[in-house]
Every structure is written in C-alpha cells, then in structure tokens.
Design a protein around this ligand. Structure first.
Ligand code: SF4
Length: 297
C-alpha cells in the first residue's frame, strides 16, 4: 500500500473515535491513550480552571461500551505496533517517546460518576491483558468525590490488580477555598475522607492546581492548610507517592483565572516537600492564551 494511503487509513482509524484518543505526553514520556467516560461533558465539580469547553454540546451523550472497547482495541494496536508514527499527527514523535505508557481514564467530566465504572475498568483491563500489554499502566484521573460508592471501590480494586495508578485532585487546604475553586455541593470533608481511605489501601498520586483568582494567588495560610491536610492523610495511614503541583496551562473556564509563575509553582512544591516529606513535582503554566487579567502584549 502506498504510504500516503497508509497514513489516511490510520488517521481515519482514530479520527472517528468518540471515546478514545491517543496523546503524546512528554510528562509520561510516551503515548497516553485517553478514555473519555463523560462524552456528555457533565461533571459533579465546576472548577473555575476547568479546560473542558462546555459552551458547545457534544454529539455523543452516552458511553457505548462495545463501541468504546472496539475503539480502545484499535488504538492500542495501532500504538503498540508503532503504526501510529506513520500518521501525520504522530510522525514527529521523538524516538525516545515512541512507547505506549498508559491508558488514562479522564475525559470531559469525572470518570467515576459513570454508573458502570467497575464494568468498564474490568473490560479495559481484560483487553489490556489479552493484548499482552501488562506493562502498560491504567491511570484514573479523578476528583475523588465517589470513592465511597461500592461500584467505584470495585473499580479501584481492579485498577490495583492491573498496574493501576490513581491521581486524585486536591486543590485546597480549607473548605472555603475548596468551594471557591472546585464549586461543588460535595463537602471538602467527604473528599478528604475519600482520599484518606483510598490512600490507606494503595499509594495515591495527588494532583493539585493552584492559580491566581482575580489577581490573587493562594494565601500563605491556605498553602499551610493544604500541607496540613496532606500531613493528616499520611498520619492517618494514607500513602502518598507524589504531589503534582500544577498551574493553569490551557484556557480555563473563567476569565478571572490566571497561571502562577514558574517560581511560585516551584515554591509550593518545595513547601510540600519540606512540610510533609512527600515527594512533589512542579508542572508549569502557560500565559500564551488570552485572559481577562493578562492581555497579550
Ligand atoms: S473535576 Fe475536572 S472535569 Fe470536572 S470541572 Fe473540575 S477540572 Fe473540569
């Protein structure tokens, strides 16, 4: 087959996908295959920094399990075989990043709100085993709001058995700041309880996003409280393998939200390390988009 036809074929092979999307992730040093369990873009949080575009409605409203699994099979095979690097989108992938790192459950909302969460995790894990991809991680990117539900706990156990990692969001140290940033009726206490209980069973990665809100970064007292909450989780027997300290990198939901500087992100990561003893990694922002507060020069 002429090369250009091969490209067309493969590009079409994941462009039609509605639930599964491969991305090159420099952070994970390879390809991450995303699975979107919230095609309707509904979330039980309404974070002021959310990057999901909710101004337009998605054509796909419901997860179709068979279609999702067929897409995942196709994309995993195209990535694992290396054929993906023949497509125009992935042709420039550097040699050292040409590896399949993980299947990531994230997407356009909170993945654990999907009511068949345990079934879908089990089905995807079975497919991963069938394809001989035991070394490939399964990463759940979550706001931790549903960990107390039995079907979510079953899903987490299946992840544990299949090279899983749980990345749980914690953006605040106080209930007031949590309400300001994450805008949800779910209580901060519930989130802390859920994270603590889950971290007692397996190590969790904490993902924390800090930003400037109407020009103001998080106060020193808020950051101290954040470290205290992490410390409390550890003291209660929770295992935290890493705290990822982020700031805004793409256009957020609200125009009054702007990124912290690299130095401010570094300082928070350093504070976490010093005050909690938990490893922390900084991820920097991007002012390359226009916000209401930082107009382009
Ligand atoms: S939890 Fe995630 S998807 Fe939901 S609003 Fe917050 S950032 Fe957006």
């Amino acid at each position: 087959m002429p090369t250009h036809q091969l490209h067309t074929l493969h590009e079409r092979s994941f462009e039609h996908c509605r639930f599964v999307y491969p991305v090159l992730s420099r952070r994970s040093r390879g390809i991450s295959v995303g699975v979107n369990l919230n095609p309707d873009k509904v979330c039980n949080f309404d974070c002021i920094y959310c990057q999901v575009d909710r101004t337009t409605q998605s054509e796909t409203q419901f997860v179709e399990l068979d279609a999702l699994v067929a897409e995942l099979r196709e994309v995993l095979q195209v990535v694992a075989s290396g054929e993906i690097y023949e497509t125009s989108k992935f042709r420039d992938t550097p040699q050292e990043l040409r590896r399949l790192n993980d299947i990531a459950f994230s997407g356009d909302g909170e993945p654990t709100t999907y009511r068949n969460f345990d079934t879908i995790i089990e089905t995807c894990a079975a497919l991963k085993r069938e394809l001989g991809l035991d070394h490939v991680k399964m990463v759940l990117i979550t706001n931790a709001s549903m960990f107390h539900r039995p079907h979510v706990q079953r899903g987490l156990t299946i992840l544990d058995e299949n090279n899983g990692e749980i990345w749980a969001k914690l953006d605040a140290g106080t209930a007031e700041y949590f309400k300001l940033i994450d805008r949800t009726p779910i209580s901060f206490a519930q989130i802390l309880e859920n994270i603590t209980a889950a971290a007692r069973v397996r190590p969790l990665v904490i993902q924390s996003l800090f930003m400037r809100v109407a020009g103001e970064g998080p106060s020193p007292a808020e950051l101290a409280a954040f470290c205290d909450r992490l410390q409390e989780i550890v003291v209660a027997g929770g295992k935290l393998s890493l705290v990822q300290v982020y700031t805004v990198a793409r256009r957020p939901a609200e125009g009054f939200v702007a990124p912290l500087s690299d130095a401010e992100v570094d300082a928070i990561a350093q504070m976490v390390r010093e005050r909690t003893g938990v490893p922390a990694a900084p991820f920097y922002g991007n002012t390359g988009y226009q916000t209401d507060l930082t107009p382009p020069e």
